[in-house]
Design a protein around this ligand. Structure first.
Ligand code: GLP
Length: 251
């Protein structure tokens, strides 16, 4: 592992050779917090990037090293509308990659409801739930190839509250690999806003692969701009940036 520092910035990035090494390192951070605070609030992301981390958390739980029985989880986002029993939903993804393999009570899972009657009403409900929780202890984050975090898509503002959003064509294309056909990819979602992400006590940012290199460069080295939503993390007081060589290749 090597550390990259950024001139005049309080944060640095850790660069690893493989995503498995990142998964182990990130799992160490989460399990250490879990041992210190068994009732921690854990913010979660979907996509391929966090899967090695989730694999390590499942392993640690199965080996009896940690327990999630007092944890509450809060996911960043969910497609809208989507059949929440479908493995294509983010709830389905989380069940398959984490929830069904650890001792987390079902009632401890918090994620926007992809089957709600109204997206804006559901977004407001989720924001109230997040605000009442008071900020998660650790928020796992990936990054879209367009610099989005959660589904906070490039735009001319950072949106503070949980909100319904249209997905960019780039995001639809990027996420179509999980669907049989691009026409099946939902075009909207409900996402945590930047406020809930910035209220996290610690963010665990992970990026791997060449297709994230430009977004990582923009997020960590350019002036913060809502055109690259992940750039807001420059102002988060406690974010750990974990990259593989490819995602760090433009730094
Ligand atoms: C989706 C999710 C993001 C995730 C991004 C990257 O858009 N809403 O939370 O970070 O995809 O996914 P992947 O890790 O598969 O590249």
């Amino acid at each position: 592992m090597k550390e990259i520092k950024f001139e005049g910035k309080p944060y640095s990035a850790l660069v690893f050779d493989t995503e498995e090494e990142i998964g182990r390192y990130a799992a160490e951070i989460v399990t250490k917090k879990l041992c210190e605070k068994p009732d921690m609030l854990l913010g979660l992301a979907t996509g391929s990037t966090p899967v090695p981390l989730y694999r390590e958390l499942v392993k640690a739980c199965k080996e009896g090293k940690v327990s999630f029985k007092n944890v509450r989880t809060y996911n960043l986002d969910e497609y809208f509308p989507i059949d929440t029993k479908s493995p294509l939903s983010f709830l389905g993804f989380m069940r398959e990659n984490l929830f069904d393999h650890i001792d987390l009570p079902d009632g401890a899972i918090h994620i926007p409801n992809g089957e709600a009657a109204d997206a804006d009403v559901e977004a407001a409900r989720y924001e109230k739930e997040l605000f009442a929780a008071g900020g998660v202890d650790i928020q796992v984050l990936g990054i879209g190839s367009d610099g989005h975090i959660g589904f906070n898509e490039p735009g001319d503002a950072y949106i503070y509250e949980t909100h319904a959003t249209d997905l960019t064509q780039q995001t639809i294309v990027d996420n179509s690999r999980f669907f049989n056909d691009i026409s099946e990819v939902p075009t909207r979602a409900i996402t945590m806003g930047i406020g809930a992400i910035m209220r996290a006590k610690q963010c665990l940012f992970i990026a791997t692969g060449k297709n994230k290199a430009q977004a990582v460069k923009d997020a960590l080295t350019a002036s913060a701009t809502p055109a690259c939503q992940a750039s807001i993390l420059q102002f988060h007081p406690n974010t750990v940036f974990l990259l593989d060589q490819e995602a760090a290749s433009l730094l």
